[in-house]
Design a protein around this ligand. Structure first.
Ligand code: GLN
Length: 494
């Protein structure tokens, strides 16, 4: 089926006009029809608009447009519903923006359009990207394609599900503390969070501005490289985007990683890491060694403080960023007798409980008397965490780690215990604190033996995380690609 192709396979067929973008787009729409009632990857999609874009792409190809100029010409993709597309809903998974239509395009949206992509629909997420399971969406939970009783990960769960269930060819997400890498790991696709500043955040609804970064999901590393090349680059409308040239990421996929040094973090092989995940990571390291990489032990001594540091800084920034949703400037208004009542009724009705928890926590750590004890101290620890990485990168070209300590958990398993949910972010949040790039690539499954009723062992994907030096996306993509070339994990389908 057409929707099962990768981007590079599809574009090869589009270029020779063996298939049309309309047919590929229709195949995705049919798949959405078939599976999305159960999996709920999309909050909304507009079939007619997608087909109209596909027809325009087919016409462009007929008049000579090429994929060298427009690498995604005719390729249907999904966008996390926190990235603005002019004229489309922008709900952020929240009731407060349930009726909001974006009046403008994000920079990444403009870039996707310029590259010829078909913008298929709005992918589900945890409300305002706060969460690790997609259970915090006001529009219902997305489900893991490998086992619909389990979470797909989050917060960009819908994006990961859409790619893995072949409802689209690639997707954009945002990653503030792991929200691209963790769902990619739980669903079994590639997910990449670029270096802070690599991709413009203009048009991304802010959660924690110093940590947020837009990135992509795809079925393999090559497609990920294509997507990254399209969305990367300096943007004068985002002062934190960096004027650094964008390399040809696909050209860097040489298959050769001989002599590269890959660090294995001493502090990461800890209690709480599931045995099956540990074994899959160890096997992946052996594979990388076989391919000629040198595995070196490195230390990130401040690892223990990462979760606490992240949840202070992320909530502090969220409390400030979400102040604009007050029923006056933004958000569905609930009227009150005076302005205070209006604010509190609007925000009381509009936000879900996790968002409220974070606003309260963030307001507390920024409040007078506690600012020095929490916020300021967390900023200092953030610097120590970044310095740990910079020091490790004096010895190694990349760092390997699990993406998540366990495979996908059951829906409802952690929703009453926010602390357990937060702790599951242990391996992903440091990269955001340090601003470095990270990706997750499929590296194995739980329950490899046949599941039996006596000993049910669900077959769930496991992800290997590769962390790179600032602007070292090429290196981690090259390692992931070489790994893919010598394994079949990324080809498995639910
Ligand atoms: N799970 C983390 C959180 O809840 C990360 C979320 C994200 O990256 N957007 O904050």
């Amino acid at each position: 089926m057409l929707n099962q192709l990768t981007i590079s396979e599809l574009t090869a067929k589009l270029a020779t006009r063996e298939v049309s973008s309309r047919a590929a787009t229709q195949a995705c729409l049919d798949q959405i029809q078939r599976v999305d009632e159960q999996l709920h990857a999309f909050i909304s999609h507009d079939a007619a608009a997608a087909l109209a874009q596909a027809d325009a792409a087919d016409q462009a190809i007929a008049s000579g447009a090429t994929h060298t100029q427009q690498p995604l010409l005719g390729v249907p993709v999904a966008l996390k519903d926190v990235i603005a597309v002019k004229g489309q809903p922008l709900t952020c998974g929240s009731k407060i923006l349930g009726q909001f239509i974006s009046p403008y395009d994000a920079t990444v949206t403009e870039r996707l359009k310029a590259a010829g992509a078909i913008l298929l629909g709005r992918a589900n997420l945890d409300e305002f990207a706060m969460g690790s399971s997609t259970e915090n969406s006001a529009f219902g939970t997305s489900r893991n394609p490998w086992d619909p009783s389990r979470i797909p990960g989050g917060s960009s769960g819908g994006s990961a599900v859409a790619v893995v269930a072949d409802e689209c060819f690639a997707a954009l997400g945002s990653d503030t503390g792991g929200s691209i890498r963790q769902p990619a790991s739980h669903c079994g696709c590639v997910g990449l969070k670029p270096t802070y500043g690599r991709v413009s955040r203009y048009g991304l609804v802010a959660f924690a501005s110093s940590l947020d970064q837009i990135g992509c999901f795809a079925k393999n590393t090559r497609d990920t490289a294509t997507m990254l090349g399209v969305i990367s680059g300096h943007d004068p409308r985002d002062s934190t985007s960096v004027p650094q040239p964008v390399p040809d990421y696909a050209a860097g996929l040489t298959g050769d990683i001989k002599g590269l040094k890959i660090g294995l973090v001493k502090e990461y092989m800890i209690g709480g890491l599931a045995v099956e995940v540990k074994h899959a990571i160890e096997a992946a390291m052996q594979q990388l060694a076989k391919l000629g990489a040198e595995i070196v032990e490195v230390s990130l001594p401040h690892t223990d403080y990462a979760v606490a540091t992240y949840y202070i800084l992320a909530t502090a920034e969220a409390s400030a960023n979400l102040a604009r949703f007050d029923g006056i400037r933004y958000g569905a208004r609930v009227d009150g007798a005076d302005s205070i009542q209006l604010y509190s009724k609007t925000r009381g009705a509009g936000f879900g409980s996790e968002v409220k928890r974070r606003i309260i926590l963030g307001t507390y750590v920024l409040s007078s008397g506690y600012y020095d004890a929490y916020y300021l101290r967390a900023q200092k620890v953030r610097t120590l965490i970044r310095n740990d990485f910079l020091k490790a990168f004096e010895k190694v070209d990349a760092i390997a780690a699990p993406t998540s300590p366990t495979a996908a958990f059951k829906i409802g398993e952690k929703s009453d215990d926010p602390l357990q949910m937060y702790l599951s972010d242990i391996y992903t949040i440091s990269a955001n604190l340090a601003g470095i790039p990270g990706l997750s690539v499929p590296c194995g499954f739980t329950g490899n033996s046949q599941p039996s009723t006596l000993n049910p062992q669900p077959r769930l994907p496991i992800g290997l995380q590769l962390l790179g030096q600032p602007f070292g996306e090429e290196t981690i993509l090259r390692i992931a690609h070489a790994f893919e070339q010598s394994t079949d994990w990324h080809k498995a389908k639910p």
